[in-house]
Ligand binder design. Structure first.
Ligand SMILES: *Cc1c(COP(=O)(O)O)cnc(C)c1O
Length: 237
């Protein structure tokens, strides 16, 4: 094992232990919370190591980087069952391109994306799982990412009109300036209303390196963990 492999294996084991402890503390079934390892800023060689360590879901937040890595690691789709999650802000004019390589797009936050994602999914010949990103920002927040909770039902209703999109559930990021416990409690409430209309869309992607325990307590079915597995990222380019 290379030094990098040893590091990633140890970090991954520690994160899996944290997830297991959080599941137990929340009275959830052991192993029910899935792990998406966020590999943004790290090379394709790390993705390959992670796949060798049993990781099957990786997340990326920038189109060009994600596309290049997915291409470099194309063999891992068949050999290791690797699936790519797009978790970043999505430009309308990039949406069809993202849908050609992503298995799950977690950051769908407005209706304009849907027909483009649908077209990209149709072109590659596989349905695309989409999660709707819900904003947990307060009303006055400067940078809102995600659909406002009031607009969620309408956006969710529009997914059904697209043959190549499957509504998988919700995604959220706790705002920096609030207690993640409160943010995820609010998310759980929003999700209850959403599930009443879309009972099959059970995925809840919430929780990162710093707040995965709080997210699991409030019903996350998947956590998105970057730095706790890969180490700290280089400063934003
Ligand atoms: C980068 C990122 C993560 C992972 O963050 P860490 O704190 O490194 O675990 C999770 N979700 C989204 C949307 C991200 O952009």
């Amino acid at each position: 094992m290379s030094a990098r492999e040893q590091d990633l294996a140890a970090n991954l084991a520690a994160v899996r232990d944290r997830i297991g402890a959080a599941e137990a503390a929340a009275g959830r079934t052991p192993g029910e919370v899935g792990l998406v390892v966020v590999t943004k800023f790290f090379p394709a060689s790390d993705v390959r190591i992670l796949a060798g360590l049993g990781v099957t879901e990786v997340g990326e937040n920038r189109h060009q980087e994600a596309q290049a890595k997915a291409e470099e690691c194309a063999d891992l789709r068949a050999s290791a069952g690797l699936r790519w999650h797009f978790i970043g802000g999505l430009q309308t004019n990039k949406a069809a391109a993202v849908a050609r390589y992503a298995d799950v797009v977690e950051s769908v936050d407005r209706p304009e994306l849907l027909s483009r994602l649908d077209r990209g999914a149709a072109e590659r010949g596989r349905p695309l799982d989409v999660l709707l990103q819900v904003s947990l920002d307060g009303p006055g927040a400067a940078h809102r990412s995600g659909v406002a909770p009031e607009a969620l039902a309408d956006l969710a209703g529009q997914v059904a009109g697209h043959d190549h999109l499957r509504l998988g559930g919700l995604m959220a990021v706790a705002p920096l300036d609030t207690d993640p416990e409160e943010a995820f409690a609010r998310l759980a409430e929003i999700r209850t209303g959403f599930l009443a209309d879309h009972p099959a869309a059970t995925r809840l992607s919430a929780g990162m390196s710093g707040d995965l325990e709080q997210a699991i307590r409030h019903g996350a079915t998947h956590v998105r963990v970057g730095s706790a597995v890969l180490g700290s990222r280089p400063a934003v380019k």
